[in-house]
Design a protein around this ligand. Structure first.
Ligand SMILES: Cc1cc2nc3c(=O)[nH]c(=O)nc-3n(C[C@H](O)[C@H](O)[C@H](O)COP(=O)(O)OP(=O)(O)OC[C@H]3O[C@@H](n4cnc5c(N)ncnc54)[C@H](O)[C@@H]3O)c2cc1C
Length: 411
């Protein structure tokens, strides 16, 4: 790097400039939140991103407020968000009426926007909207660049900057790097951050299905041997987003059968709760491998979203947790700037990691625990059924709802 290069980079990348690696839903939300707080932000997106056109995300009230604060909710098309007014959870223990849920939360009597327990949105709609907002934001620069590595100190700036490495061997100096590069985070590996990975041999098949009965804004989930199945409401009353977790062997088998046979398997698994399945969209299988960084920070680097904690999708909470990361980090960076602190300082990043530990640990343990309890063997599922009946008691139900809504941790 020549002196004049360095001087230009210094002006562009230092001060309060923040570098975000990863143009997924987390990286985009972080860029918008920080740019709204008047930080100059550079986002690095892979040249070959995986466009997620199939999946939907269920966002809880706290995540909804966060997306509203950064202008995303107002920018979305009117029917992009499908409200959920009722959540039904059941298992496959023997009982007289298979349609009787073991646990329910029901706000359907007041069905209006304020009474929604959560909302479902297509990942593609959300990502496209945020991408468009990034493109026009004067505080955000988007670079189509694959980041290949990280160094804790930039050779030209010593402690004042870490470095991002690019495929064409550039070293970009940065006073703060936010790694939002997903479950297999390259930056996490380069920073030598240890992870706990729990591979229980499960995959989730995702698709969009059409049903003969309307979904009535119900989010429905059933715990089966091998993993839970969920149907989440979509804008069309007769369509739902399917997430069906099972053993890898079963997923491999079910990915190969034709739509007719898949529909029969689904009718059986769903007990025809919303009638018969008449149409099935494209199917895709995702490996379910919860991965959790032991401590999500390194020198001038912080992991957020799936790079820090890819949790089991059974509770639909992964992105909600990511938005909570963004909110907490943005708040701390604003306070640091106000107090004249270095925004990449060790003290600040460790404070952030410490503040996020209770919520991330609670959600990781809850989702892993539920999966273990339900997914392996009949006896365990009966036990779980008893637990769920207990959980239907008002106090426990309201505690679970507080955790799931993202409100328990004071957001
Ligand atoms: C089946 C399933 C259902 C789910 N349902 C829900 C739900 O209902 N509600 C919910 O809250 N969560 C849900 N989740 C979790 C949620 O999808 C994730 O938590 C969320 O998408 C994570 O986003 P992310 O941006 O952190 O990571 P990713 O989506 O993995 O994005 C990472 C981005 O980084 C880019 N990237 C990677 N490496 C580099 C690099 N070296 N250089 C530059 N760019 C790079 C990638 O191209 C990608 O764009 C679900 C997950 C699954 C698997």
């Amino acid at each position: 790097m020549t002196k004049s290069d360095r001087d230009t980079t210094k002006a562009a990348d230092f001060g309060h400039g923040i570098h975000i690696v990863g143009g997924g839903l987390t990286g985009y939300a972080a860029a918008l939140a920080l740019a709204e707080a008047d930080f100059p932000v550079t986002v690095y997106q892979s040249r070959t991103p995986n466009k997620d056109t199939l999946r939907t995300t269920t966002i809880n009230p706290s995540a909804y407020d966060m997306l509203k604060d950064i202008g995303v909710i107002a920018a979305l098309p009117a029917d992009a968000l499908t409200p959920i007014y009722q959540i039904m959870v059941t298992d496959d223990a023997d009982r007289d009426n298979t349609h009787d849920p073991v646990m329910t939360w029901d706000n359907s009597a007041q069905a209006n926007q304020g009474a929604a327990l959560a909302w479902v949105i297509g990942n593609a709609v959300l990502s496209d909207m945020m991408e468009a907002m990034l493109a026009t934001h004067d505080r955000i620069t988007v670079c189509q660049t694959d980041i290949t590595g990280y160094q804790s100190r930039h050779p030209d700036y010593h402690h004042a900057a870490a470095a991002l490495m690019t495929a064409d061997d550039r070293l970009i100096p940065a006073s703060l790097i936010i790694a939002a590069d997903g479950r297999n985070s390259k930056l996490r590996q380069a920073a030598d951050i240890r992870v706990i990975t729990r591979n229980l041999g499960q995959s989730a098949i995702v698709s969009t299905v059409t049903m003969t009965e309307p979904h009535r804004h119900i989010a429905w989930q059933k715990f089966l041997a091998g993993g839970p199945i969920a149907l989440m409401p979509m804008p069309d009353m007769h369509m739902a987003s399917l997430v069906w977790s099972m053993t890898n062997e079963d997923a491999e088998r079910l990915m190969k059968v034709n739509d007719e046979r898949f529909a029969i398997a689904l009718d059986d698994a769903t007990d025809l709760t919303f009638g018969r399945i008449t149409d099935i969209g494209v199917r895709q299988a995702f490996a379910v491998i919860p991965t959790h960084a032991l401590w999500p920070v390194a020198q001038r680097l912080v992991l957020i979203g799936d790079a820090a904690h890819a949790i089991n999708p059974l509770a639909g909470q992964g992105y909600n947790l990511a938005l909570a990361d963004v909110k907490a980090l943005a708040r701390m960076l604003m306070a640091a700037r106000r107090d004249g602190m270095d925004i990449g300082s060790r003290q600040l990043l460790h404070r952030y990691a410490f503040s996020r530990t209770p919520e991330i640990a609670t959600m990781t343990l809850a989702t892993d625990g539920l999966n273990m309890l339900f997914s392996f063997g009949k006896r365990r599922r009966r036990l779980a059924g008893m637990g769920m009946a207990l959980a239907n008691l008002q106090g426990i139900k309201s505690f679970a709802l507080h955790v799931a809504s993202g409100r328990l941790f004071g957001r």
